[in-house]
Design a protein around this ligand. Sequence first.
Ligand SMILES: Nc1ncnc2c1ncn2[C@@H]1O[C@H](COP(=O)(O)OP(=O)(O)OP(=O)(O)O)[C@@H](O)[C@H]1O
Length: 497
Amino acid sequence: MSETKKTDAADAVVPQQAVAPEDRADSAKGSGDREVLLRVQGLKKHFPIRKGVLQRQVAAVKAVDGIDFEVRKGETLGVVGESGCGKSTMGRVITRLQDPTGGTIEFEGQDITSLSVGKMRPLRRDIQMIFQDPYGSLNPRHTIGSIVSAPFRLQGVAPEGGVKKEVQRLLELVGLSPEHYNRYPHEFSGGQRQRIGIARALALKPKLVVADEPVSALDVSIQAQVVNLMDDLQSELGLTYVIIAHDLSVVRHVSDRIAVMYLGKIVELADRTSLYEAPMHPYTKALMSAVPVPDPKRRGAKSERILLKGDVPSPIAPPSGCRFHTRCWKATEICKTTEPPLLELKPGQQVACHHPENAADQAPQDTVLLSAAREAVELVIPAQSSPQESEASKEASEPEAAEPVVAKAAAEEEAPAEAEAEAEGADDAAEAETEAEEGDASAETEAHEAEASADAEAAEVDASVEAETEAAEVDASVEAEAKSDAAEADRQESTDK
Ligand SMILES: Nc1ncnc2c1ncn2[C@@H]1O[C@H](COP(=O)(O)OP(=O)(O)OP(=O)(O)O)[C@@H](O)[C@H]1O
């Protein structure tokens, strides 16, 4: 409760150097002149933690805690942030698979925040979701035909030319053969399964597709294919995407604009170029510094890598003021007491920070760093030019490995499991107790997931039998080939004689 009060107080603080309204209008005319498809305001999703016989609520996991953004027709909004910052919850809430705790969601101008399941049904055609796990999200007992045609059955839609023809067209659209219609999910690779998931999501020609980590479960080589497929489909079908991902390279490749989340809040929202070239929020800067540069020639241009120290605080009791102040090297007293609002400091670039990078300071009078700020980060200078430098940077990173300090900025590539375990460990009890709360998630999704997990074992067995069979087939064909080679050699020999 106290945080809420502080937040309210924070809202009253008007930083002096935000972009003037007329400039904002200009920026809206630029990249933002497309029609708004989805508008989210003050969106919150809190999972209650209940205790005791009476199951009284004692606290709440503030997974999403007051976020505002818009998605325009035909664009791709990327959402990034560390594990546990509320990305997936945000995705499930905007598609109304979970009910929000507060705020509003408007789709094509219609307020869908509290529509009942029945009233949401017709809108389900327009808003679809692609899930992260291509193995768990397809029912192993159903054929591909049945999986991809499910949306037609559920919505009572009869496509022109019949369901089978339409499903086969969709399979072709996503790069699969129409002959796969009668096959089962275990007969496909991860990338192919994700294509099937995409075909299912596109069956009803949706306007908005929310993809939650669509490629993170796939091999790197397959990721590019699926990302390119989604790109092509967007131009072909005029789709609008919200793509949730923790891989900054993927997000950079696919997004027009990017929202950076930290502990249930959007800390920066900007177009791709501004965000990658001149990030304003220190957290964004730290995330960006962790993105590997693939080109060795350009690697030298990358200044230093910022490793954030300390853990992500618990979303049950997030820090006061700016939630990032406990890990920020620029934090001053105001950051501790006053929550910075998300303001457009440059046309098309919104940031929630009192002391932004690449922009005028919003609280120039507040200059004394918090003592923790001095310890908040570690800079790693890329080892490249001289041997001495490489030695120094090696030394700088060694004690860090010995310390129990988690370099969170690098968590995206180095320790996602650890970060996740932390967040989840703290919230395990909460999750268990609030499971029942999730009854509001789409019945369709739940039934599907339950069935899928019940059958996962069967699928695994099938898959291993399949793998054995395949291996046997390969052996047999190799043997046959060897035999025919030998016969050919014999024939050749006798001809020569
Ligand atoms: N059903 C639930 N009950 C209780 N807490 C939940 C529930 N679902 C999510 N949370 C908590 O909400 C927070 C945000 O979780 P969420 O899955 O949205 O994060 P995320 O950014 O998508 O992380 P990841 O990338 O690991 O999926 C976490 O602390 C998580 O433990």
